[in-house]
Design a binder for this molecule. Structure first.
Ligand code: FMN
Length: 501
């Protein structure tokens, strides 16, 4: 048994201990690999961090990891095994001793303390109402994490603006009693042509986290692409899907970790064995973008605590934010596909932002491409998914017959979704609004987001003169403004060599 006083002495970068649920861990060597950065751990070094740790990490992630043989969620184990060895569990803390507790932090005033309460869901008329209402009740930490985007926010704002630059060309005098929104995605039928985009750490928005999103996906029979950084164990999400009736479609989103090929293989294997129906490999995060509001928030906490960054990287060291593989290349995708296996379901590349890469993915036989700039969180001034889609239509339209195309970023209206479908998208991803929905009222909030979008899609279809999605086509949209802004010259005109997988 280790006393609380003893643990408190280990509060530096050289020796950093923490207590989680009664166990003392030496996390010194893990500091630089902590996904949230070393500073957040160092701020609480020597203390009992259970209350802060709990909402952000899947239950039992450390304990089960170290409990050999009893782990059934290798997706988590592979990650933690990599960083926390058995010798880093130092033993139970003496509960009679003086234990210093780290309390959940908040920099500045939480929106939750504002006088204005949330709007009841029944008074939310669109996704902007849902966002405004959720931001009134979420902690500042949650608002910061969910809303933040890269640098000058150019990609973030352009995402929304580009949807508004497309206008419709409706046909009238058609019988539109019926408006069938069924769509076929990656070999499955979905009731609606949109899905829940992958977002890590959903527990930051609501205690149920990803479970609320799984329940919502099942209840509405739509796909949910679960983030590899889920704050609920993947095994529990799959179990939940079965418990609530087995509808919906769950896809697994993979981040390739910098810790190497074996970790990645293990994650892919576990996702496959758990029964995820498709693998989405995120390829736009060799490093994490410079999300200044996130960084400001952390800096303010440090400043308030009189704690200054103990970052180990010296001056002049390369800035490689995050813990993803920054060497990931086209040729690495072959081992990932091989591990997933040919009969385990489709494989899609998420984060494609140019016609060249779209063509490369199609030529290499991927089942889908997911055009996305990560909700403006990665490269500032990256193209919106709509610009990339139009670029593909102009420079390599033949690939639209070979791969399914997913788009996301700034989608807040049914009209945005219909525009994307008219121009060749198979289905459309919606991110932040689902986090805002569950923040307001768990699965009910998720259902409300689905209901608002589905109502808007149906109405748009009817007003366009379409009774099923197959009738939507490019002639129903005027995209001239965006087409005039497309690049003139693409690199694949000069290169004949594509990598082979
Ligand atoms: C809070 C948050 C967490 C995210 N986490 C992931 C993730 O774990 N994996 C991933 O591929 N994309 C992630 N994304 C990007 C989304 O999948 C999606 O591309 C983006 O949110 C779409 O833009 P929208 O939020 O404007 O709808 C995240 C986005 C947000 C806002």
């Amino acid at each position: 048994m280790i006393s609380g006083e003893e643990v408190l002495k280990h509060n530096t970068r050289e020796s950093c201990w923490v207590i989680v649920h009664g166990q003392v861990y030496d996390v010194t060597t893990f500091l630089d690999d902590h996904p949230g950065g070393a500073d957040v751990v160092l701020r609480h070094a020597g203390k009992d961090v259970s209350e802060i740790y709990e909402p952000l990490h899947p239950k039992g992630i450390i304990k089960e990891t170290l409990n050999d043989g009893e782990v059934n969620d290798a997706l988590l184990r592979s990650y933690v095994d990599e960083y926390i060895g058995a010798d880093q569990i130092l033993g139970p803390v003496d509960l009679r001793s003086n234990i210093t507790k780290a309390l959940p932090e908040s920099a500045g005033k939480d929106p939750a303390s504002s006088q204005e309460g949330p709007l009841p869901l029944s008074l939310c008329m669109n996704l902007d109402d849902i966002e405004m209402s959720a931001c009134r009740i979420m902690s500042r930490r949650a608002v910061t994490f969910i809303t933040s985007a890269a640098d000058s926010l150019a990609s973030l704002t352009q995402n929304r603006k580009d949807w508004s630059k497309l206008t419709f060309r409706p046909r009238v005098l058609r019988d539109v009693t019926r408006a069938d929104m069924t769509c076929h995605v990656l070999g499955k039928k979905s009731r609606l042509p949109f899905f829940i985009a992958p977002m890590g750490m959903a527990k930051i928005a609501n205690d149920e986290g990803e479970l609320a999103l799984v329940r919502g996906a099942v209840a509405n029979d739509i796909p949910y692409c679960v983030s590899g950084y889920s704050s609920i164990r993947h095994a529990d999400l799959i179990a939940c899907q079965k418990e609530v009736g087995g509808g919906g479609i769950l896809w697994y989103q993979l981040y390739v970790s910098k810790s190497g090929c074996e970790t990645t293989r293990q994650m892919v294997r576990s996702a496959r064995d758990l029964g995820y129906e498709a693998l989405f490999i995120t390829v736009d995060v060799p490093v994490v973008g410079k999300r200044e509001e996130d960084e400001r928030y952390k800096a303010e906490l440090d400043y308030a605590a009189g704690h200054f960054s103990q970052s180990s990287s010296g001056e002049g060291a390369p800035v490689l934010r995050g813990m993803h593989s920054y060497t990931l290349s086209w040729s690495d995708l072959s081992y990932i596909r091989e591990e997933w296996g040919p009969s385990s379901g489709p494989v899609v590349l998420k984060g494609i932002q140019s016609a060249e890469d779209a063509k490369m993915a199609a030529d290499l036989g991927f089942d889908g491409i997911y055009l996305s700039n990560h909700g403006g969180r990665q490269l500032d001034y990256a193209p919106s998914s709509m610009k990339t889609l139009l670029e593909i239509r102009r420079f390599c339209p033949e690939i639209l017959d070979k791969v399914q195309v997913f788009v996301d970023g700034g989608v807040r209206r049914g009209t945005d979704i219909v525009k994307a479908l008219c121009l060749g998208a198979t289905a459309v991803g919606v991110g932040r609004p689902f986090n805002y929905g569950i923040a307001l009222n768990g699965v009910e909030g998720c259902n409300k987001v689905v209901q608002l979008l589905s109502d808007e899609i149906q109405t748009t279809m009817r007003l366009l003169g379409a009774t099923e999605l197959g009738q939507l086509g490019p002639e129903m949209v005027n995209s001239t403004i965006l087409e005039n802004r497309l690049p003139q010259y693409l690199s694949f005109f000069k290169s004949s060599s594509s990598p082979k997988l």
